[in-house]
Design a protein around this ligand. Structure first.
Ligand code: SF4
Length: 414
């Protein structure tokens, strides 16, 4: 095929997976701490169906924030009531999200360690990620060169390699919208120790009661991001985009634009593809895991994805989409992950709203900045990875630094 000739000429590595793997439908509150461990438990149940008891050891970030992320609750749901837990925060481990499950069976005990690598995916310890490479590219420059040589837009580029994407993304967008609609209906408090109040409905009502306000966009978009994030925090069904903790950013932007401009569904689905291309590049070259690289890897990635999607919907060029995605990540660099009590609530929920607004702003700036920019998307992704590696572990989903550490001081005054 012609694309292979093109790739051979450039000696590309074959390297990127399906875009669909970024958009997983499931229950929150965390892709690495809830969805991943749930998959590990299912693996144990499948391989040891006669097990009468299980013993789980959670290490690293899973031990430090697993209670707030409901890791034990989801594991018990799959493994059963006869499950005991150990929270080991001291052992040295190669990956911050490691768990061990021991199945006690009639023929003896069977131990398996798992690594939750982010986005709900798990690996057996020692297992290499089996990549189902679909895209013969590994960075944005390569993709841009290819699109330019073939006169393709970004969504058509992805459809060439994944022809069924549009049909498969229909359910993804439907679920995103449903999570917004569900979240907007609910009031009261979120589960967990900090008694955080749900705010999506309040923000939405304020928005529609003051439709002439210059703050209408801010309030509406925020209400949508809050709605998804509150659904996530309370164990509702959401779509990772690219993770549970950052699941409100992209749907908030897409839903807002769909309603404001009465956009056709296919256009929105193509925007999801564009967002997925940028998320895929970040996952391939850096990380989308807060435990590995801080919140810049989750919310920063979600913001990049959303800003590229918005730029696409507004008719921007590939250069504009790259610029928007770059701006969105650049101004999240260094963002720490410090969830209070390990709950995906503070700072996570508000952060989804502010990132959605930043994505819209980045998209509106991009067309005027793209011809004179100095930083490429690939460079900002490398920078994010380096920044994540340099971050202290207290700021990488351990609930032991930042807001998680100082939160209690405000209990006296607020
Ligand atoms: S602070 Fe960011 S990375 Fe950490 S749990 Fe919250 S959303 Fe996820």
């Amino acid at each position: 095929m012609s694309y292979l000739v093109f790739c051979e000429k450039k000696s590309y590595n074959i390297f990127m997976e399906s875009i669909l793997t970024l958009y997983k439908i499931g229950t929150g509150p965390s892709s690495s701490h809830t969805m991943g461990p749930r998959n590990a438990a299912k693996w144990m149940r499948k391989h040891y169906p006669d097990a009468k008891k299980f013993h789980v050891i959670l290490y690293g970030s899973l031990a430090l924030t697993g209670k707030g992320h409901l890791t034990d609750v989801v594991l018990r749901k799959i493994l059963g009531k006869n499950t005991t837990f150990e929270w080991d925060i001291h052992s040295k481990i190669a990956h911050p999200n490691t768990l061990q499950i021991e199945a006690k069976c009639t023929d003896g005990n069977h131990i398996q360690r798992f690594i939750s690598i982010g986005g709900g995916e798990i690996l057996l310890e020692g297992e290499k990620k089996e990549k189902k490479d679909i895209y013969p590219f590994s960075n944005f420059q390569q993709i841009k060169d290819y699109c330019s040589a073939k006169s393709l837009d970004l969504s058509d580029f992805a459809l060439f390699f994944e022809p069924n994407l549009l049909q498969k993304l229909e359910k993804v967008f439907k679920t995103m919208k449903k999570s917004i609609q569900n979240g907007l209906q609910k009031e009261g408090y979120l589960p967990g120790s900090i008694h955080a109040k749900r705010k999506a409905k309040l923000l939405y009502n304020v928005a529609i009661e003051n439709e002439d306000s210059s703050l209408l966009r801010t309030r509406l978009v925020s209400s949508y991001a809050y709605a998804v994030s509150e659904e996530n925090a309370s164990g509702g069904i959401i779509v990772t985009a690219p993770t549970c903790g950052s699941s409100g950013v992209l749907p908030a932007c897409l839903y807002y634009l769909e309603r404001k401009y009465s956009l056709e569904e296919e256009k929105i689905l193509r925007a999801l593809i564009v967002a997925g291309i940028f998320g895929n590049i970040i996952r391939t070259n850096a990380s989308i895991s807060g435990a590995f690289a801080g919140c810049q890897a989750e919310i920063g990635t979600a913001c990049s994805m959303a800003s590229a999607a918005v730029t696409y919907l507004m008719g921007g060029t590939i250069e504009d989409m790259e610029t928007a995605a770059e701006i969105a990540m650049e101004h999240h660099l260094g963002l720490t992950c410090d969830p209070i009590d390990g709950l995906v609530q503070i700072p996570c929920i508000e952060r989804n709203a502010t990132a959605a607004l930043r994505a819209l702003d980045a998209a509106s700036l991009a067309p005027y900045l793209s011809s004179s920019r100095k930083i490429s998307f690939d460079t900002i992704v490398k920078t994010m990875l380096d920044t994540g590696k340099d971050m202290k572990k207290e700021y990488k989903e351990t609930a032991s630094g930042g807001l998680a550490k100082h939160y209690s001081e405000d209990k006296e005054v607020l």
